[in-house]
Ligand binder design. Structure first.
Ligand SMILES: Cc1cc2nc3c(=O)[nH]c(=O)nc-3n(C[C@H](O)[C@H](O)[C@H](O)COP(=O)(O)OP(=O)(O)OC[C@H]3O[C@@H](n4cnc5c(N)ncnc54)[C@H](O)[C@@H]3O)c2cc1C
Length: 417
């Protein structure tokens, strides 16, 4: 009889593991506690806005190799879109200045020598600070390495750290930023283009993956929470689904791809991150006359909004490491963020349109040096159990790229187990 690999959690880490294990010839059964797959990366219909939205704006870059090969495997690579060039427009709301960061093609970063391609007021040598990330120790924070008193800090390092690590630059673990710099800006413009899901996160990352798995015999059980894992010796031997028990035969495997707070209740003695950072997203329904073709992205300095994503008649805002706003009433937050949007998009004094604030209180674990040290390896004491998730020790920040790679890693461990 064909052995089964049970995957707990249908976020991108679990789906990524399921795809790779199916490719390797395993029969896969996925258990998902929620009514929908995708975890922290999903789309849904929002009644007040009258359209589908993502739970949060998700920015990828063309250097996210694992995410792109995941999409290629499921035939969804064409569902990401972004500008043809690697160009990041910014506005500083305090001064009204606008500029674009525009890395050049090829590995030699001569763009930092060209004033029109870099942050106004910065000098080429300020960017050399980036090289310090390569060999920094595990306790260094981003602010330790680049200093928090320079113009480039406020307009480049701080927004980059907050966006990539979802943690304030003063406490964010610097070494996690190096692979991001190396795999994107460090490889030139071809690998630094911003990309977003054209129709929605589910349409890109989730639905095509589920269809691919279903065509190959995979099973997805939604609204099915795994309450307990039974262990015997060095193997996981059973799953308790709340009244229903599933036995794992010899040769059956288990991928645990749930958030850390759940994983530690299911696996004895597991050390995992315990602190989180929120992300707040705000969505605004623009008037038809303000609609744009394609997707526009704008970085905002000196406001409450940090990034604005404009698509059709929707303007969506991201505020990462959002401890400073997450407890504010949505009714107070929406007009404040809208002022930033109207200024950034040049919409003048348009009144506050239909809006929705989405608060993800545990968007990612807090990527501080202390918490990063708590990330566990994928491999466990139990020979047929591997961990996956953006919080496991991937060496990357907690992102789509990290989640997908963690799934690939778990699959590699179990493929020939
Ligand atoms: C608002 C927001 C914005 C973000 N922006 C970006 C971005 O711009 N770029 C980027 O790359 N990344 C971004 N991220 C991070 C990215 O979404 C995550 O890194 C990624 O989705 C994590 O996937 P995962 O599979 O590790 O975890 P999850 O998505 O959390 O998946 C875990 C799954 O396990 C399920 N589960 C939990 N307990 C059980 C149980 N007992 N039994 C069965 N199932 C269970 C959960 O329901 C969930 O579906 C953002 C995240 C948020 C929230």
């Amino acid at each position: 009889m064909q052995s089964i690999t049970h995957v707990i959690g249908a976020g991108l880490a679990g789906l990524s593991a399921a795809l790779r294990l199916t490719q390797a010839g395993h029969r896969v059964v996925i258990y998902e506690a929620g009514p929908q797959a995708g975890g922290r990366c999903r789309s849904y219909f929002d009644e007040p806005l009258g359209c589908r939205i993502d739970n949060g704006n998700h920015l990828l870059m063309s250097g996210n190799d694992a995410a792109l090969s995941y999409l290629k495997l499921i035939g969804a690579e064409a569902t990401l879109e972004g500008p043809a060039d690697a160009r990041y427009p910014f506005i500083d709301l305090e001064t009204g200045e606008r500029w674009s960061l525009a890395p050049n093609r090829g590995k030699l970063p001569w763009w930092v020598l060209v004033p029109g391609r870099r942050v106004p007021g910065s000098r080429a040598r300020d960017y050399l600070g980036g090289l310090r990330f390569r060999a920094c120790g595990p306790d260094a924070t981003v602010a330790d390495l680049v200093g928090d008193d320079r113009r480039l800090y406020r307009r480049f390092w701080e927004p980059l750290a907050v966006a990539a690590l979802n943690t304030e630059a003063k406490t964010a673990a610097a070494h996690l930023l190096w692979p991001v710099l190396q795999e994107t800006f460090g490889r030139g413009a071809e690998f630094s283009r911003p990309l977003v899901a054209r129709d929605g996160l589910s349409e890109s990352f989730v639905d095509p993956a589920l269809a691919w798995l279903a065509q190959r015999g995979g099973t997805l059980r939604l609204s099915t929470r795994v309450r307990k894992i039974g262990f015997h010796g060095n193997r996981a031997v059973s799953l308790d689904l709340g009244g229903e028990f599933v036995g794992l035969d010899q040769g059956d495997n288990l991928v645990l791809a749930v958030p850390p707070a759940i994983a530690t209740t299911l696996v004895p003695h597991l050390v995992a991150p315990t602190e989180y950072r929120p992300i707040v997203n705000a969505h605004f329904r623009l008037e038809a006359r303000d609609s744009v073709a394609g997707i526009q992205i704008l970085g905002v300095i000196g406001g409450t909004a940090e990034w604005i994503f404009r698509r059709g008649t929707l303007a969506s805002v991201t505020i990462s490491a959002a401890n400073h706003v997450v407890d504010e009433e949505a009714e107070a937050l929406a007009p404040r963020i809208w002022r930033d949007v109207a200024a950034g998009l040049g919409l003048g004094d348009r009144p506050l349109p239909a809006w929705r604030i989405v608060k993800e209180k545990r968007a990612t674990f807090a990527e501080t040096p202390e918490q990063v040290k708590r990330r566990p390896e994928s491999k466990t004491f139990w020979r047929n159990l591997a961990l996956a998730g953006d919080w496991t020790d991937t060496g990357l920040p907690a992102t789509i790229e990290g989640a997908i790679r963690s799934g690939v890693k778990a699959a590699e461990l179990l493929k020939n187990a």
